[in-house]
Unconditional design. Sequence first.
Length: 122
Amino acid sequence: MIGPHEGKELALMLAGKKPLAMFHDLVPTSGTIPEEIIPEQAFAPHVTAGTIKRFAADFTNTRNGDTIRYVLFALPGAEWRAEFLLWLNREFYADRSAWNSAHDELTGKLLGYSDADIQDFL
């Protein structure tokens, strides 16, 4: 069963059990999202060392004007997962794609969840 991975993503990635971690939140007026929501500092030494790759993008929701920041961390060789997931979200926030259960299933696969876990989630 897909369970909360909050605070566990880095350990799972370093153990080779998770190819991609995704964090996102509404960008506040200060522009700073707290570490407990997007753990930039925790991942930073591994990004610097090259053992984890960082990807980020801000998307403006065309439906309500909110800006959402996505930060993804990928293991080397799994960068395509981050790039594809950012593209998928870009299409959604630009109102070129409606979100549905297929998007949730694809997101789960990109994040490395098993088919059984994804079906339980859906």
